[in-house]
Design a protein around this ligand. Structure first.
Ligand code: FAD
Ligand code: NDP
Length: 459
């Protein structure tokens, strides 16, 4: 039987990083990947999504160009051309990941792997059993579409979306989280008629309420039909295309339906019970602070643990795991402050506490906010406003959260994330000289609180 120091199951963001770091430290590592190396982020997530978002903004740029003296004759968009260029880039990235693994000395098997217990793993492609001193489960998550919705097999998930060879003229999207809104927006900006059906009053549960309301209004103004307080109850194919019946008995006729109602950890059929690995009621592997599962020698990182389902977190977890175990370093803490962006157009980005969270945690909280028309809109004539908001703890002037909707929101929040992680105070922003004329200068020029929460001034 082949023996390894570490067997990694899953070649996505977390698994690839852990395997590379462990191998670089001299461990004998095998990584098993059942689909394509790179995982969700590279093959069917962040990367193709962002490339398509960028594609969807080119048409807007051309429209905006008119106000700046440009004309574009006979502009046309070709979905097949975009798809083939995106696919070529994904092939390149997959190859780069595979090469990096091989250069680090990781042995990669193109196979599904399952746990057998007793430190053994089965490679399903050949049936071979291999043994590992340690096993890391980094199998990620998968879109949920197995509930009791009638006709759900007629619906696509985000995985299917990235394989579409043509662009549907009409699309219904169910859900109002990251994936639903990003795909809805890019399709709408590329010319599809998009309806978003979601069960809550507002999109993006868990984000700052004002931010949710602002983006919701912007998306509606961009021509996306928002259908709140509704779910899908049945899907049928008929002569007109697909009929989506909603919980209020209304029907939308469409060419495609995307369901983006969350992702479930990939733990089914993995042999976890056999190996003594405990999962929770959402199928996620339960781990402690050292990524150790309930079974000795078996660890898990990334989306399969269903904590923060973001690529940088999966990478960080894989890195910390491998560095702690194979480089003998003290375990570094995972970041508690998580900057994140939703790549709608306009973008939404956020870091730290929402206003509601801050008020629940701290007695005295100041809120600074501003709305303004981006300079570019003065000539392009495009409607819509940027919205920015800072949450400050009055007692020590610490910035608890920053939230925005507007162009380059993701780029801005990355840098605000550095400042807030370092413990920046509102006074630090006040002391920073503005870069003029930019949108980002608003972060350092907001002087008067919009609202003050708390009874007294001296907290
Ligand atoms: P994954 O990357 O999912 O990797 C798991 C791998 O394990 C997969 O390759 C799978 O094929 C393989 N596997 C599963 N079971 C087995 C098995 N039994 N044997 C062998 N191999 C197996 N995050 C961001 O931070 N920014 C974004 O912009 C962003 N956009 C996203 C857009 C979409 C449409 C989606 C779906 C996700 C997006 N994410 C984004 C989330 C991000 O992709 C995930 O958080 C990240 O990929 C998780 O990494 P992971 O290593 O845990 O799992
Ligand atoms: P999210 O958790 O972001 O959103 C799920 C959406 O589905 C919510 O609107 C939720 O509604 C709705 N929903 C859940 N269950 C049901 C149901 N039974 N019926 C109707 N609606 C339902 O999940 P996503 O699938 O969009 O994305 C998964 C994760 O991937 C994200 O949480 C994020 O971590 C990651 N991701 C990150 C991206 C980025 O960084 N830019 C981009 C894409 C994904 P409700 O609000 O009412 O609960």
């Amino acid at each position: 039987m082949r023996r390894y120091d570490l067997i990694v199951i899953g070649g996505g963001s977390g698994g690839v990083r852990a395997a590379r770091v462990a191998a670089t430290q001299g461990a004998k590592v095998l990584l098993a990947e059942e689909s394509r190396v790179g995982g969700t982020c590279v093959i069917r997530g962040c990367v193709p999504k962002k490339l398509m978002v960028l594609a969807s903004r080119v048409g807007m740029e051309m429209q905006d160009g008119r106000g700046f003296g440009w004309t574009f004759d006979a502009a046309r968009f070709s979905w097949p051309d975009l798809k083939s260029n995106v696919d070529a880039e994904l092939d390149r990235l997959e190859h780069a990941y595979a090469t990096a693994l091989s250069r680090a000395g990781v042995h990669t098997e193109a196979s599904r792997a399952e746990l057998l217990g007793g430190g053994c793993v089965k490679l399903c492609s050949t049936g071979e059993r291999i043994s590992g001193e340690r096993i890391l489960v980094a199998t990620g998550a998968t879109p949920i579409n197995d509930d009791d919705l009638i006709g759900r097999s007629l619906c696509a998930t985000s995985d299917d979306f990235f394989n579409w060879t043509t662009q549907p003229r009409r699309v219904v999207v169910q859900g109002a989280g990251y994936i639903a809104l990003e795909l809805a927006c890019l399709l709408a900006r590329l010319g599809s008629e998009v309806s978003v059906v979601f069960r809550a009053d507002h999109i993006l549960r868990g984000f700052d309420q004002e931010l949710r309301e602002h983006l919701q209004a912007e998306l509606a103004a961009a021509g996306i039909r928002l259908v709140p307080r509704a779910t899908l109850t049945a899907i049928q194919r008929d002569g007109q295309g697909l009929s989506a019946t909603l919980s209020d008995a209304s029907v939308i006729t469409t060419d495609a339906i995307i369901r983006a109602i969350g992702r479930r950890p990939n733990t089914r059929g993995l042999g976890l019970a056999r190996a003594g690995v405990t999962t929770d009621d959402r199928d996620a592997i339960v781990v402690d602070d050292d990524f150790q599962t309930s079974a000795r020698g078996i660890y898990a990182v990334g989306d399969v643990t269903n904590r923060i389902q973001l690529t940088p977190m999966a990478i960080r977890e894989g890195h910390v795991f491998a560095e702690t175990v194979y480089a003998g370093r003290a375990r570094s803490a995972l970041p508690s402050i998580v900057p994140t962006a939703v790549f709608t157009t306009p973008e939404l980005a956020t870091v730290g506490q929402t206003e509601a969270e801050a008020v629940a945690w701290h007695e005295h909280v100041d809120v600074y906010s501003t709305q303004f028309r981006p300079m570019k809109a003065t000539l392009s004539g495009r409607a819509g406003k940027c919205f920015m908001k800072l949450i400050v703890k009055r007692a020590d002037d610490r910035i608890l959260g920053a939230h925005l909707v507007g162009p380059d929101a993701g780029e801005m929040i990355q840098l605000l994330g550095v400042a807030i992680t370092m413990g920046a105070r509102k006074g630090d922003l006040d002391a920073t000289l503005a870069v003029h004329p930019t949108g980002a200068e608003e972060w350092v020029t907001m002087r008067t609180p919009t609202r003050r929460h708390g009874r007294s001034e001296a907290a």
